[in-house]
Design a protein around this ligand. Structure first.
Ligand SMILES: [Zn+2]
Length: 353
């Protein structure tokens, strides 16, 4: 992979760049819609593309448990299986092991856990998680890590970090031995503690990954702390590699982070909000269930060029939503994804000009 910075902002740390991957180029900064289970909820791959996505995210934990690696490999990889031709980034599943499984035991070898689907016991090791993602033919892979919760004591965050760094090193060694075009990023952890974040970044840079993520953000901390973690994260990571802020996707947070030098984002927010009736209007959020929209024949956002806004009114989408029609989810999701991708593209254009 190569990452090229095309232009740097004169007024902030923001940069516009291009990441080259086996399934095509990604213009950065970029917002990646989340397709956890190999589908962005309510959207066909064609609709995802029409919403402006150049890369989507999927999840190793979910796909490994169901449908399992064998069928995805038989199909020729995740792109073939779900018929998405552009790049895919897969998360390691570390976060899901800790948030979803009923039982988990961290040991030096990896993490032993019970599937949230059928209770069966599974073991994720740094090596097996890389193998799974190579099997998916992911363009960008993430190593097994422990995402410390918020709040978390320094002692616990430090223990989590030691596992994470040891696993990062093993994942990198294992990845280097494979014949694969899939890229492996490092994930910075360390909770809210600056010296742990620094230790994390130093070790990852020593290991020399093709790109770096800032993990452990958007886990319930106040916005001031999220911003601080973004600042530290960016200042500790090398300039010439892509920087990915995990799980962040509200318009204000995107803007802030891009100006601090973040290149990549993912978040379930646009699709989750859409399914709950909320749509973006500029940087605000409104609820389509509101009575005021029942006779409103204007689009969700009159300034938006998405498929939903070019073709349907608020009154119609509200009617679909109130009638529990599936199309409501599709039209709302297309708009919300387009809105975030377009916001990021607009900032990119500002950097370029
Ligand atoms: Zn729209």
């Amino acid at each position: 992979m190569t990452f090229k910075i095309i232009k740097k902002s004169m007024s902030s740390q923001a940069r516009a760049g291009i990441i080259e991957t086996p399934h095509g180029n990604i213009e950065t900064p970029v917002f990646m819609p989340v397709g956890t289970k190999a589908t962005v909820k309510a959207l066909s791959p064609q609709q995802i593309e029409e919403s402006g996505a150049s890369i989507i995210l999927s999840n190793t934990y979910h796909l490994a448990l169901r449908p399992g690696i064998e069928i995805i490999q038989s199909a020729g990889g995740l792109h073939q299986f779900m018929n998405w031709k552009k790049p895919i980034l897969t998360d390691s599943g570390g976060y899901q092991v800790f948030s979803l499984s009923k039982m988990r035991r961290i040991q030096e070898e990896g993490v032993l856990f019970q599937s949230h689907i059928d209770g069966s016991k599974c073991l994720f090791t740094p090596e097996s998680v890389v193998d799974l993602q190579i099997g998916f033919q992911s363009d960008i892979m993430m190593p097994l890590d422990i995402c410390s919760p918020y709040p978390c004591s320094k002692e616990d965050a430090s223990k989590d970090l030691d596992y994470t760094l040891n696993w990062a090193s093993r994942a990198k060694t294992h990845w280097e031995k494979q014949d694969t075009q899939s890229l492996l990023f490092g994930i910075q952890q360390g909770g809210v503690y600056p010296d742990l974040r620094e230790k994390s970044a130093k070790k990852l840079i020593e290991l020399d990954f093709p790109g770096y993520a800032i993990g452990g953000v958007s886990v319930g901390e106040p916005e001031t702390i999220m911003n601080r973690l973004t600042d530290w994260g960016c200042s500790l990571l090398p300039e010439n590699k892509p920087r990915y802020l995990m799980g962040v996707g509200l318009p204000n947070n995107l803007e802030y982070a891009i100006h601090k030098g973040i290149d990549m984002f993912d978040c379930v927010i646009p699709t989750r909000l859409a399914r709950h009736g909320q749509f973006f209007l500029g940087k605000e959020r409104h609820n389509i269930r509101n009575q005021i929209y029942s006779k409103d024949l204007t689009p969700l956002d009159p300034n938006c060029q998405c498929y939903s806004c070019l073709n349907f009114s608020r009154a119609y989408i509200r009617h679909l939503f109130m009638s529990k029609e599936i199309l409501a989810m599709t039209l709302m999701s297309m708009h919300n994804i387009y809105a975030l991708i377009n916001l990021v593209k607009t900032i990119r254009n500002d950097i370029l000009s």
